[in-house]
Design a protein around this ligand. Structure first.
Ligand SMILES: Cc1cc2nc3c(=O)[nH]c(=O)nc-3n(C[C@H](O)[C@H](O)[C@H](O)COP(=O)(O)OP(=O)(O)OC[C@H]3O[C@@H](n4cnc5c(N)ncnc54)[C@H](O)[C@@H]3O)c2cc1C
Length: 324
């Protein structure tokens, strides 16, 4: 009789030297402090480990998910089936440096704030606003992280990916990454895993860059609820239209209207579902007051969406992603 192995046995047998975590609790890893257990969790220390695991999952038809710093995901209370893979390689290399230009390669696992800090010390400009973005570079590229009008993709020349369909490393130009506000090709094509990115940065004086970094830190601390677990802005800023321009002429010139403003105008600041609350400080943020659950987040999202639709005829779309 053929013995049917469970996932734990299968992973242990094929990767005896890997330190997998089985039934690993994801809530403590999550910035939002929410989420059930990963059936199997692994932190890949290098590209080869990640490639071996991804190809194994493909061959054995095992479900897998990539997790960065868990600051832009709502992880299901029931947990996540299959392998949850974290890419923990985090090198930063200077590719070339000239008087006015700095070209660097940064791995997906580097903390976004650490990347900005290191680049600032080298006098590289353009990333200053991303200093307060939690999580790692892979996650920031996936959603094309934004700060005011800056998009992280604007500074990227190429992204190094592992293409699971072609089973090889593929370099994508910025155009191929299809970056736009809250958009990238990686959201559409789950076979493209982000391994690193090449940034072309303008050289400025380190003092000027450091001043911009400090201004961004200050602005965030004044406007965001940084003292409580959250997943950042839950909703994308909706595109402006004639109806919105009429009721909110102060935004007549902008392309997107702040979701937080609309939620506040709808009277929803402070609204709670269980221990999840629409932040009193920034209405696009939901905060976890203690024992919030993913199901509470989902219920509050639906409530906010339906009231904003009713009041302003605007369909809010999630900026966060679901890990189920
Ligand atoms: C206090 C606070 C402030 C924030 N400020 C901002 C802000 O200014 N601008 C902004 O845009 N966001 C902001 N965010 C949201 C979030 O921090 C960012 O989007 C961040 O870049 C997500 O990175 P992460 O590593 O945590 O991604 P995760 O939450 O771990 O993952 C997000 C998605 O990316 C995918 N992913 C991650 N790594 C890879 C990879 N290597 N290859 C393929 N897919 C991958 C995951 O599967 C998941 O679907 C904020 C959040 C908080 C809590």
């Amino acid at each position: 009789m053929v013995e049917i192995m469970n996932l734990e046995q299968l992973f242990r047998q094929h990767f005896p030297s890997f330190n997998f975590l089985f039934d690993f609790s994801l809530d403590q890893k999550s910035y939002f402090k929410i989420g059930g257990n990963a059936e199997v969790f692994y932190s890949a220390k290098n590209r080869q480990e990640a490639i071996d695991l991804l190809l194994f999952c493909k061959k054995e038809n095992i479900r897998f998910s990539i997790l960065g710093g868990s600051s832009n995901v709502i992880i299901a209370d029931e947990g996540v089936k299959g392998l949850v893979l974290s890419l923990d390689f985090a090198e930063l290399k200077i590719v070339s440096e000239a008087e006015d230009k700095l070209l660097i390669q940064a791995d997906a696992g580097i903390k976004t704030s650490a990347l900005v800090g290191k680049v600032a010390a080298l006098g590289g400009g353009g990333l200053e606003g991303f200093i307060g973005v939690p999580g790692v570079l892979g996650g920031a590229i996936y959603n094309n992280a934004h700060y005011l009008k800056d998009l992280i993709g604007d500074s990227i020349e190429q992204v190094e990916t592992f293409d699971l369909e072609k089973e090889e490393i593929v370099l994508l130009t910025r155009e191929k990454c299809e970056f736009a506000y809250e958009q990238s090709v990686f959201q559409k094509n789950k076979n493209l895993l982000i391994f690193s990115a090449f940034f072309a940065l303008k050289k400025s004086s380190p003092d000027e860059v450091k001043q911009k970094v400090a201004a961004s830190i200050e602005k965030r601390s004044l406007t965001q609820p940084l003292d409580l677990p959250s997943c950042g802005c839950v909703f994308q800023n909706p595109p402006n239209d004639e109806h919105l321009k009429k009721i909110f002429p102060q935004f007549a010139e902008v392309q997107f209207v702040p979701a937080g403003f609309l939620i506040e105008q709808a009277g929803l600041k402070g609204t709670k579902e269980g221990d999840i609350q629409v932040s009193e400080k920034h209405a696009a943020f939901f905060v976890n007051l203690g024992h919030g659950k993913a199901k509470d987040v989902v219920t509050l999202i639906e409530k906010v969406k339906s009231i904003v639709l009713e009041k302003f005829n605007v369909i809010l779309k999630e900026e966060v992603f679901y890990l189920r």
